[in-house]
Design a protein around this ligand. Structure first.
Ligand code: BES
Ligand code: MN
Ligand code: MN
Length: 457
């Protein structure tokens, strides 16, 4: 193990150059015009995996230019197998003017490297790849490895959701390691033992068949914005709870033990308020901000479009109003049941003068794992040693939809962790990765592979 760690340490300068090359490829999966870039990012990774000596590497062709990259190194039939997962696709970059340096021109300032994808998730995939390279090169790879890296995590993940159930044998393993999460706070490494699920929808309300002069027609003709804001305003009550029938029915409360662990974590609700710069918080009665973000379901309105909201005035009676609405789900809520409830609620509320359509865009199930799970313990041990501070068990309010599929379809214990920092600006301008955390992440992955192999022996 020490040889591999030393091997990777000596090569950081070279590694950084390679990493920058990958970051320069704008693999934004949500934007069709970046399809060719997504393919290039996949090929870059596949080429790299071949170079570091993985005997089997595939770029799995894709309908929508978001190929999966699969690779494996089967070393020893008696050794355990780790399935590694991450994603090479990144979020869009707007508003571009708020970036200090361009998102696809990686720029180092102090210990930080700024670029879209630096933390979510290319940096984390890169660290794992370098750990595997170092273990292969020093003949210190203690496990069999399989890698499955997707290019569509940020935009629905259809390809991987279709692929995994059809390739159970190929993907068979003893655990999955998902590096797409991170620290609780600076200096506090963590293992993520719960992720919220997601149900992403759009609601469209139509009034007249085309935009009209609001003076000539207004008053007699239905305005879809009036109906939209009325319906949207019905979705929460005054104590910040979601009003959809049955929304909370399947919600499982965290254990007392888990709540105790959360209370012992540093930081307060006041810190959160200061961090986000809001005048106050919208907590559910009697619950802390960590509870509200980690173990409670939510409904968020992301934006309302249609009509006119440009500079100056335009007297239009809009034909259509569109709202993007997502719900974060917790165990044991089911996206299908929640969608039904939303669909019925909205249809009942919208009056006959309007047409309404509620569409499901993507879903992912919530996931939790026990912190007693041996693979999770092995990761906590590796992260604690590599970062020189005790790894905490946390949950995260975000979603990584494939994790539940690894658990329930592949029947794997899943480790979700990483070295992202809360202030990495994920999905926002000036995304960055802390380079020391990335380099320690290489060590952490090497340590994890050894720790996992040891506990399996
Ligand atoms: N890596 C994130 C999830 C995450 C965020 C983990 C913060 C830990 C801390 C992932 O790439 C992500 O952004 N997921 C999306 C999924 C959605 C687009 C289906 C999310 O949570 O919004
Ligand atoms: Mn991610
Ligand atoms: Mn993301």
């Amino acid at each position: 193990m020490q040889k591999a760690i030393a091997y990777a340490r000596e090569r950081r300068v070279t590694y950084l150059d390679q990493f920058r090359d990958w970051l320069r490829i704008p693999s934004i999966s949500a934007l069709p015009e970046h399809g060719a870039d997504c393919v290039r990012a996949a090929q870059w990774l596949a080429g790299h995996l071949r170079e570091i000596g993985l005997p089997r590497v595939e770029v799995i062709p894709s309908q929508r230019n978001h190929p999966l990259v699969y690779a494996e190194h089967a070393r020893d039939a008696n050794a355990p197998t780790v399935l590694f997962y991450g994603h090479y696709d990144v979020q869009p970059v707007d508003p571009l003017e708020l970036w200090t340096t361009p998102p696809f021109e990686p720029a180092q300032r102090g210990d930080r490297l700024y670029a879209r994808g630096a933390s979510d998730d290319k940096g984390q995939v890169f660290a794992a790849v370098k750990a595997i390279e170092a273990m292969i090169a020093t003949h210190e790879l203690p496990v069999n490895v399989k890698l499955l890296v997707e290019g569509q995590e940020e935009s629905g993940g259809e390809e991987i959701h279709a692929y995994v159930p059809r390739h159970r044998k190929k993907l068979a393993a003893d655990c999955a390691l998902v590096l797409d999460s991170g620290f609780f706070a600076a200096g506090v490494p963590a293992i993520t033992v719960g992720l919220r699920g997601i149900l992403y929808t759009e609601i469209e309300i139509q009034g007249p068949k085309s935009d009209l002069h609001s003076g000539v027609y207004g008053g007699a003709v239905p305005n879809p914005f009036h109906e939209m804001v009325r319906v949207l305003a019905l979705l929460h009550d005054k104590s910040n709870r979601v009003r959809l029938p049955g929304f909370y029915r399947a919600v499982r409360e965290p254990s007392e033990e888990e709540l105790r662990m959360w209370r012992a974590l540093p930081g307060s609700d006041a810190d959160l308020r200061a961090e986000v710069g809001a005048e106050g918080l919208t907590l559910e009665d009697g619950r802390t901000s960590l509870e509200c973000r980690w173990s409670r379901p939510t409904l968020e309105i992301h934006g309302v479009g249609g009509g006119f909201s440009g500079a100056g005035g335009k007297t239009v009676l809009p034909a259509k109003a569109l709202a993007k609405v997502s719900m974060r789900l917790v165990p044991d809520q089911k996206p299908e049941a929640i969608f039904k409830s939303l669909d019925r609620f909205v249809r009942r509320q919208v009056r006959p003068a309007y047409r309404v359509d509620v569409r499901k865009l993507s879903t992912g199930r919530p996931w939790v794992v026990s912190s007693e799970e041996p693979a999770v313990r092995a990761a906590a041990q590796a992260w604690t040693v590599a970062y020189g501070a005790e790894a905490k068990f946390i949950r995260v309010g975000g979603s990584v939809p494939i994790v539940d599929v690894f658990k329930n379809t592949l029947r794997l214990p899943v480790i979700v962790t990483g070295f992202g920092m809360p202030d990495d600006n994920l999905h926002a301008p000036n995304e960055k990765v802390e380079l020391p955390a990335m380099w320690d992440g290489v060590d952490a992955v090497i340590r994890f592979f050894h720790e996992f192999a040891r506990t399996r022996r």
